[in-house]
Ligand binder design. Structure first.
Ligand code: UGA
Length: 415
């Protein structure tokens, strides 16, 4: 099929590359000239497993203007929807994209479907996106269709998640819109659920809120287990055999970060409050998560005075397999260490450069050098941290690196 993808951020680029690999003709539109140039040179400007290889195999036309996008069968809106200062989702990019698209849609006669893939709160597609598209003079349901189809890509395995989805959700304005979008997925072996637009928007937010809840839940059990001398990971293993509970997302530690779980949870809370509903469970999941990482500092203080001490951070990204440090627990931990007067050194195989922009005062060094610090905090569970020699060291572990247990003093955050 002929597909246009608006926004070549993380989601747009991965989807565009994967759809091109599956034989579709892809046009990517992005306002950022550097990104567009990189994509036209078949280079991934961001790190994601397998992405670089795919971009070398396929042809994608990237451009900074919207010319011709309405010649496509399907137009995917994949622009960023970050949190604003109130915790709501900022619609700035999606409004701009819809406005530019509406201009391009004027006077077009072929039928196409506009699909919102960006994460938005329930009602956004109906109340914000569709009215802007209708400014083109085209009539929804006649001249063009609309779907909201959320994406469930995890950083570090986004290509696999796209190619082998656990489910595909089509929120559809009408049957014709959904039928057109389903042509794109006819080779996928995944359950497809067709809903209305706002249900699809909620499925995305509720899924991320549930994953966040699972993590805060096991972290609470973990904090309790630690006090009782019980190994949380054995508890989680025992719980996980029950299919109703499941074994995934029960790794206790310093809490969830990244560009999605905290943002989407805040968005769901804020949008609930806007309609007069106070979501107590969701608020607690968020508040609990905000404090969890700082437990690492409390544990550290039991073993060492922080003022003037050299503290080494192993890992900075919000999870392994990515250079993304947005909302990483490492940020809160570094801030707290500076407040306590510690000297901070850090190592991360991928995220050090990104972290340096926020914390230029940290000394970025090798993992071996980190071992020479007065104490070491493990922030991200990079596999390579299982190959270090921790003997004789003080280690406070936020991620369960088993090898670190050989340290002279070892404490796990929840075990
Ligand atoms: C998350 C969701 O998992 C994806 O399904 C979703 O599509 C994506 O957000 C999105 O909305 O775009 P991602 O942000 O890549 O994906 O990261 P996760 O793998 O969910 O991890 C998030 C955080 O939870 C990390 O900091 C990780 O360390 C933490 N985590 C995860 C735990 O602390 N314990 C666990 O058991 C699992």
């Amino acid at each position: 099929m002929n597909i246009s993808v608006i926004g070549s951020g993380y989601v747009g680029l991965v989807i565009g590359a994967c759809l091109a690999k599956l034989g579709n003709t892809i046009t990517l539109v992005d306002t950022d000239k550097d990104r567009v140039a990189a994509i036209n040179n078949n280079v991934a400007y961001l790190y994601e497993v397998e992405l670089d290889e795919i971009l070398k195999q396929v042809h994608i036309e990237a451009r900074t203007d919207y010319r011709g996008v309405t010649d496509s069968d399907i137009i995917l809106i994949c622009v960023d929807t970050p949190s604003d200062e109130t915790g709501s989702i900022s619609l700035k990019s999606i409004i701009e994209a819809a406005e530019q698209l509406a201009e391009e849609m004027e006077g077009k006669e072929n039928y196409y479907v506009v699909v919102v893939k960006s994460t938005v709160t329930p009602g956004t597609t109906e109340e914000v996106v569709i009215p802007i598209l209708e400014k083109s003079g085209g009539k929804i349901g006649v001249d063009f269709g609309v779907c909201m189809s959320p994406e469930f890509l995890s950083e570090g395995k986004a290509v696999q998640d796209f190619m082998h989805p656990a489910r595909v959700i089509f929120g559809e304005y009408d049957k014709k819109s959904g039928d057109t979008l389903s042509n794109l997925y006819h080779n996928f072996n995944a359950p497809i659920l067709r809903t209305n637009l706002r249900t699809a928007e909620m499925i995305k937010l509720a899924s991320n809120a549930f994953l966040s809840t699972k993590i805060s839940f096991i972290n609470e059990i973990g904090n309790l287990c630690k006090q009782l001398g019980i190994d949380t990971y054995e508890v989680a293993k025992g719980m996980g055999f029950d299919e109703r509970i499941g074994s995934k997302f029960l790794n206790a530690g310093i809490g969830f970060g990244g560009s999605c779980l905290p943002k989407d949870l805040k968005a769901l809370i804020t949008s609930s409050e806007q309609i007069g509903y106070k979501p107590r469970i969701l608020q607690e999941v968020l508040d609990f998560n905000d404090k969890q990482a700082l437990r690492l500092i409390e544990l550290l203080k039991r073993h060492i005075a922080l003022k003037g001490a050299n503290i080494g951070l192993l890992g900075l990204s919000f999870k392994p397999g990515t250079n993304d440090m947005r909302d990483s627990s490492a940020i809160k931990i570094a801030q707290a260490l500076f407040q306590e007067g510690a000297i901070v050194k850090a190592y991360d195989p991928l995220a050090a450069e990104n972290f340096k922009r926020l914390f230029p005062q940290i000394e970025y060094t090798s993992k071996e050098d980190i071992l020479n610090c007065d104490a070491i905090l493990i922030i991200t569970e990079w596999e390579e941290f299982n190959n270090l020699d921790y003997k004789g060291k003080i280690v406070i572990d936020g991620r369960r690196i088993l090898k670190a247990k050989e340290a002279r003093i070892y404490e796990g955050i929840c075990w």
